[in-house]
Design a protein around this ligand. Structure first.
Ligand SMILES: [Zn+2]
Length: 325
């Protein structure tokens, strides 16, 4: 386990610490924020702090028996649930349920991707939330809190993770020796304020090659240098790639970079970057925004449906070029 991504989030840190110290932390807490913002790391830190008898606010002592067993993954009062095959099933919940009522020790149940709870799981959880055993805290993590049942949401104290600045992410990447300065600058810039995403890109051995390809594709589309026949052949080769989603995400991030550049002003986080990563200066902000939406909706269709990949990509590339070039 690592708390690598826990820099920043000053407001969250202060609010959680204050709630713990004053005894006002609810027995059900919801942490929300986009994927890669560090929810799981924060959820685990909060769990460890709640179980530690010597914690200072949200900072566990890291030395006591509770902290040591927590860090080794053997704390008997800590229960972690995450979706199996994209769903948090009631059997998973049932397997730990009895233990939540055993003894009088402090207990924490951390539920990752709480939006994937089935109706049945939600109603089992609700029964416990209505009459919680003493000393038990639930921590729910959700990227899309609107997908969590209202009856559960209304019982949770809610905290939100904010995106970090690109300089904070740069410093984290350097501090943890993830990469050299030039690449840290690039990853911080692409990460959109999400440390988890920056760390994933830093750990990805194929990143440099894929980034080069994404740049070529994004640039060619924005400048309209490919014929319709060339776009169709791009679509055919992209459709075969196992890393298609990562590549499309990078193309969208490159357009986002152009958009941020065109919108930022002196004093903004992005102002320190002098020019966009690819040439998009002739494209309007509205055009870039539409391009990002188009790519994201293509990614959504690729992930969520059994669509013909090649046809979908042909359509996307032609529409992107028409909109941008
Ligand atoms: Zn401790």
């Amino acid at each position: 386990m690592s708390y690598d991504q826990l820099a920043g989030q000053q407001e969250l840190r202060l609010n959680l610490s204050a709630a713990i110290e004053s005894g006002r932390l609810s027995h059900a807490v919801l942490l929300t924020g986009p994927s890669g913002s560090g929810k799981t790391s924060w959820g685990k830190l909060l769990s460890q702090a709640l179980l530690c008898p010597d914690c200072q606010g949200i900072n566990p002592c890291m030395k006591c028996k509770s902290c040591r067993t927590f860090l080794s993954g053997n704390h008997t009062g800590f229960f972690y649930l995450e979706p199996e095959k994209r769903k948090l099933k009631t059997e998973q919940f049932r397997a730990i349920r009895e233990n939540l009522y055993l003894g009088s020790d402090l207990k924490v149940c951390l539920i990752d991707q709480a939006e994937t709870m089935t109706a049945e799981t939600s109603s089992s959880l609700l029964k416990i939330l209505e009459e919680p055993p003493a000393g038990l805290t639930f921590i729910l993590l959700a990227e899309q809190p609107r997908a969590v049942y209202d009856t559960i949401l209304s019982r949770c104290q809610r905290y939100t993770l904010q995106p970090m600045s690109s300089s904070e992410i740069y410093e984290l990447l350097i501090k943890y020796n993830k990469t050299d300065e030039d690449k840290a600058d690039l990853l911080a810039r692409l990460s959109g304020g999400l440390p988890g995403y920056a760390f994933d890109m830093a750990d990805d051995a194929d990143f440099d090659e894929r980034f080069r390809e994404a740049k070529t594709l994004a640039y060619n589309i924005a400048t309209g240098r490919d014929s319709a026949a060339q776009l169709l052949s791009w679509a055919a080769s992209l459709a075969e790639r196992s890393d298609l989603i990562s590549l499309l995400e990078l193309v969208a991030l490159l357009y986002r970079d152009g958009l941020m550049q065109s919108l930022c002003r002196r004093g903004d986080d992005f102002y320190r970057f002098e020019k966009p990563l690819i040439w998009t200066e002739s494209v309007s902000s509205a055009g870039l925004e539409e391009a990002i939406l188009m790519i994201n909706s293509t990614i959504y269709e690729l992930v969520a449906t059994n669509v013909n990949r090649r046809l979908l990509l042909e359509k996307m590339l032609i529409m992107l070029q028409r909109r941008l070039a």
